[in-house]
Design a protein around this ligand. Structure first.
Ligand code: HEC
Length: 146
């Protein structure tokens, strides 16, 4: 019994150190994250992530359809799932950060341009437009966090 107590006392600081280290690691991570926080409420956070996963799924769908030469279908996906629909306008309008809003609108507008490019059934133009649209994904993720 006594042995166990001594062992516990000996090991306690090790446990505390490990916990402390991981906390420092966590803080360092946050401090290194230089992205601008949008300060979203928990509800908005969930809503945004659901929306984002849908953006990713739509992008994958477009690439798949393109690979099969199904330009019409791909165009429809671009306009309805990524373009500046009423729903997307409303969603973007909810954010307070003006730069974020601008980037959001620019992204959705580029998706409508992508939809138009796909309509022309020209693979190279379509890929160029897709490249531009996904460039907004990259740009926004580099700059903002929830
Ligand atoms: C105008 C800004 C903006 C644009 C454009 C944008 N996103 Fe996001 N996205 C965000 C933010 C902010 C987050 C949350 C990141 C964080 O807090 O670390 C996010 C998160 C995500 C996530 C994580 C979802 C989860 O459940 O964890 C995915 C996936 C994603 N975005 C995909 C995309 C794709 C694909 C595109 C383009 C087709 C895109 N996003 C365009 C701002 C944007």
């Amino acid at each position: 019994m006594k042995k166990f107590l001594i062992l516990a006392l000996l090991l306690a600081p090790v446990g505390a150190m490990a916990a402390g280290e991981s906390m420092v690691g966590h803080m360092a991570h946050n401090m290194n994250d230089k992205r601008i926080s949008l300060g979203l409420s928990p509800g908005m956070k969930q809503h945004q992530l659901v929306n984002m996963r849908a953006h990713l799924a739509a992008t994958q769908l477009i690439i798949g359809l393109l690979s099969e030469g199904k330009f019409e279908k791909a165009s429809k996906v671009a306009h309805t799932k990524l373009g500046l629909t009423e729903e997307m306008k409303q969603m973007c309008g909810m954010f307070e950060n003006e730069d974020f809003k601008k980037l959001g609108y620019a992204f959705h507008n580029s998706a409508d341009e992508l939809g138009d490019a796909l309509q022309m059934k020209d693979m190279k133009r379509s890929l160029q437009a897709l490249h531009k649209t996904t460039g907004y994904c990259v740009q926004c993720h580099e700059k903002f966090r929830q």
